[in-house]
Design a protein around this ligand. Sequence first.
Ligand SMILES: [Zn+2]
Length: 462
Amino acid sequence: MPNIHFKPGIVCLIAIFSSLSLKGNENAALETASTLAKKAIESSLALEIATDLTTDIGPRLFGSDGEKRAVEWARKRFEEYGFDRIWTEPFPVDRGWERGLETASITHPAPQNLVITALGGSVPTPEGGIEAEIVVFKTIQALLDQPEGSLDGKIAVVTQAMEIGGYGRFSGPIRGNGPSEAAKRGAIAYLMRSAGTDNDRMAHTGATRYQAGVPRIPAAALSVPDAQQIDRLADRHKSIRIKLLLTPKELGTVTSQNLIAEITGSEKPDEIILLGAHIDSWDLGTGAIDDGAGVGVVMAASKLIRDLPHPPKRTIRVVLFGAEEIGIYGGNYYVVKHRDELSKHIIAAEADAGQGPVHTINIGVGNPLDPSLSTIRKALETLGVKAGRAKSRGGPDIVPMSNAGVPVVGLDMFTEDYFDLHHTANDTIDKIVPERINQSAAAYVTFAYLASQLGGYYRAEN
Ligand SMILES: [Zn+2]
């Protein structure tokens, strides 16, 4: 910027005029955003989309035919909406997997069936299943404290409960690493209390990941009441035996894909406001709260913006990520594929925490002083969304982007009941309450539209 010297009076007038026109822009954008939010609530479009996806497609396991059909379904839907560019980006997933039979029962001292489900990626039991004595650990730490060889020939059972709000702390060490830690100590199979907060007789699946160089043992989750039953039996009896049969198939490398759909910006087409959700789901239910709801929310928000008489100033890019559940393959691939373009990503948000409502906006940007952020917060306040102080990293699929320096926001949702249904056969569309998902769609459309029209200096260097 050249060093120009104005007389103080002229500088003052310029400042007033430019702030007046900024105010005018801002007011127009706020007005449109509030109309969009109202439409999101009145139309129930997000719920309609989630209903179509979970009914016409059903479960969408990574790499499966269901996931591919879902992508085609979404592509068609975006075409009908009149998006400017729609394309897929395929990528390999090196751990294709398909669920098989899964049964378990206590054979001694009080024979009874157990409700279980294989963890995603689990190897099968030997043909005919295995029957062995179990060793019960009330915490994962109690298992980690055991010496090598102490579980030879046994089935390790971890009955630690997940606390509300404790999913991240629980799922990594217990579901992800638990099987390999048990195998290092000699166990021949691994059972865990489900990562869930319900008391239903429903087991929660979710990915496990075997450590290299450690025997891979079959691994499954018990429903919460079944884990509690084993706890009670272990308090009363010295020897408990379980029979376990799992017949999942490992499919080697399979193909998944991200689906990308854009509304081209009218003034700054190369600047991207990104909305994400994941199109894949676990196979037990129909993936309604995880993440059909998120897909509904971001598709509805972007469709409402598409329907405006004037396109937004910046490009709105919706990414429906593939293969999230088995390890954020789509989110990681996106960053590799779009590395050269990441500096043009102005801000991103993902909807992957159920149906909402959105209660807090937390930001993860380099320059939190950009005035448009306070405008966005103010607009969200009218929907009951508070401004939070936590530093957000966005949703799971946009964490890799956030790590690569893309500014993100977290439109954080009410999740107290999310982990009652998460990854179970009970994750079905009837659980979605219109008022909740509609408020979420309203929050996302408010954020996306205002971010596309205002400010945008969210990076630290600006
Ligand atoms: Zn999810």
